[in-house]
Design a protein around this ligand. Sequence first.
Ligand code: ADP
Ligand code: MG
Length: 190
Amino acid sequence: MNGPPLPPPRGDSPAGTGRGDRLAPAAARRVFVSLGSNLGERAVALRAALAALAGLPATTVLAASRVYETAPQDLPDQPPFLNQVACLETGLEPLELLGHAQRIEAAAGRVREVRFGPRTLDVDILLFQGVESGAQELTLPHPRLWRRAFVLVPLAELWTLARGMPQVDVPRLAAELVESQPVTLYVAED
Ligand code: ADP
Ligand code: MG
C-alpha cells in the first residue's frame, strides 16, 4: 500500500458503544529508525533501544538490521560507533514517535552536549511512510540520510520492507557510498 496515509480515527465516537470498528487504532504506518552508540556498552544500548521501541504503544518492530561499526564521520576524535536500522510499524504520529525516541535516548543516559559528539544512544527517524517535513524539530526524510553509508548499509538490508517511501535504490546507493565510507559488520564480543 503506497498511497497516502489514512487519517487517524476521529475522536467523535462515543465510548462504550461496543463498535469495535470505531475504536480501532489509527492505521499503522511503516517507519525506519536508526540507532547509534559510541559510549559505554554500545551493543547493550542498541538492544535496549530495540526492546524499548518494541514496547511503544501501537508499535511493532518488524525487523532489525545487522549491527555495523563505523569510524566517526561528522566529528572525528571520538570512539567508533555501532549503527543499526530497524523497521517499525506504528500507529503513533511522527512527533509522538520522536518524543518516545528522545525519552529512550534519555533513559540510556544520553546527555546532549556537543553536536555530532559522543553519545550513549542516538535514535533518529529516517523515513516515515507518506510523510515529508522540513520542520527543524523533525525533518523527514532525515536530512543526512542519503549521504551516510553507516545508515544506508543497514537500511539496504531492510529495504524490501519499504512502503510509501521515496523511490530511491537504497542498496545501490549504499554500495556506492561504502566505497569511500568504510562500514564494518560488527561481531558481538559477548
Ligand atoms: P543528531 O541526531 O543530528 O546527531 P541530535 O540527536 O542531538 O543530533 O538531534 C538534534 C535534533 O534533531 C533533535 O532535537 C530533533 O528535534 C531534531 N531532528 C530533526 N529531524 C529529526 C529526525 N528525522 N530524527 C530525529 N531527530 C530529528
Ligand atoms: Mg539524533
